[in-house]
Design a protein around this ligand. Sequence first.
Ligand code: NDP
Length: 448
Amino acid sequence: MTLSNTYLINLLETVKKRNSGEPEFIQAVTEVLETLEPVIDKRPDFVEAGVLDRLVEPERQILFRVPWVDDNGRVRVNRGFRVQYNSAIGPYKGGIRLHPSVYLGIIKFLGFEQVLKNSLTTLPMGGAKGGSDFDPKGKSDGEVMRFCQSFMTELYRHIGPDCDVPAGDIGTGGREIGFMYGQYKRIMNQFTGVLTGKGLTYGGSLARTEATGYGLCYFTDEMLKANGSGFTGKTVVISGSGNVAIYATAKATELGAKVVALSDSEGYIHDPDGIDLELVKEIKEVKRGRIKDYLNKYPNAIFTTGSSGIWTIPCDIALPCATQNEIDKTSAELLVRNGCIAVAEGANMPSTPEAIEVYLANGVLYGPAKAANAGGVATSGLEMSQNSARLSWSFEEVDSKLKDIMTGIFKACDDAAREYGMEGNYMAGANIAGFLKVAEAMKAQGCV
Ligand code: NDP
């Protein structure tokens, strides 16, 4: 897509100049502005109120030093980030990513996406994201704890249950959330719902662990059904083997599909008989091992080094659940050539703009991240509600609310795409539906 609206063209130029070293942020903003063109043509009041000029600039960006001591007594220093992106419709909310690739541009792109995603859930949550270039892989529990405590020793002053509620993301699972929560409680002397993704013994919600992967499949199922198809009998390829990938595998299998591949940053495993998920859970969740360890039990499965090759495996449905820009144009063309009918994104921005063009040009059903993976933050919102009310719902109750929310998100994307003349383009639908609520709230609250 190319822009023709002069205001949007100039705005995008400003964004590019101001954020020149941050290609992921520019990529995320460009995609959204391109699909908002018909909205802006219809709603000059948003331009007058400077809604978009404000939306492309985070409300607050916090950068800090995170010193900690490793097992050899050596001082290590990482960089910590929290971008409180937009609070128009609720307290800031978004995960913490711990990965060596983290820098400000990654956190800003994730925060920007989070604003529209949280809006789509219909729950009252603004958008934020945080993280650090710390790598938990290969670190001892003690090292991870000391890092998390140091990280929270600065972060605590910027967050709170009615202000900013962080959660997990890449590298931040139950262990890390536990360490961060303990440190927050110690400093503040308050037992509040300041983080989500907590353990079940201290305020966590049932089904939060499963939520992003399950929600991805609920969304995909709605998208398939609306187009006369479904999961039953389909072959599915899923990238990653972390939280999202594992529970997407579980739900896709439950819905009648066969998942034949998973990956990590070292390579991918292809098991044409269908992935043994219990084994993967043991390798990844219990032993914190590598996906290639799968071969120890299934020597006939195939392990290939390098993660992008996973998209050469023929499949009906592709669910990228690892990281940003993991499907490029070539991989997208391969998926199309091999008969893939749907791509739905568990990871944030896993498809490059060129890959998305390939899906749309070839009639591949495309479920964009901010809609398809919103189940995680939606269930975090449900965890916040339970914490505020000081009660806990059953797994079935949370799962059924999650399913309703994902069905509602699909409908909102479908309706918005149709209303703005782009039927079947769920990316445009997601951007428009997510934007409208935030834009109305920003306009109503004046120039802040
Ligand atoms: P995890 O840390 O649990 O798992 C991440 C998986 O992706 C691992 O298998 C990891 O392999 C792989 N991976 C990470 N970075 C890379 C890379 N640069 N190249 C190749 N593989 C990589 O994270 P999650 O499952 O929680 O998150 C996965 C994606 O889903 C992210 O994009 C995240 O933002 C998104 N997401 C997560 C939500 C959640 O609730 N957890 C909610 C919404 C979106 P390795 O172990 O080798 O690093």
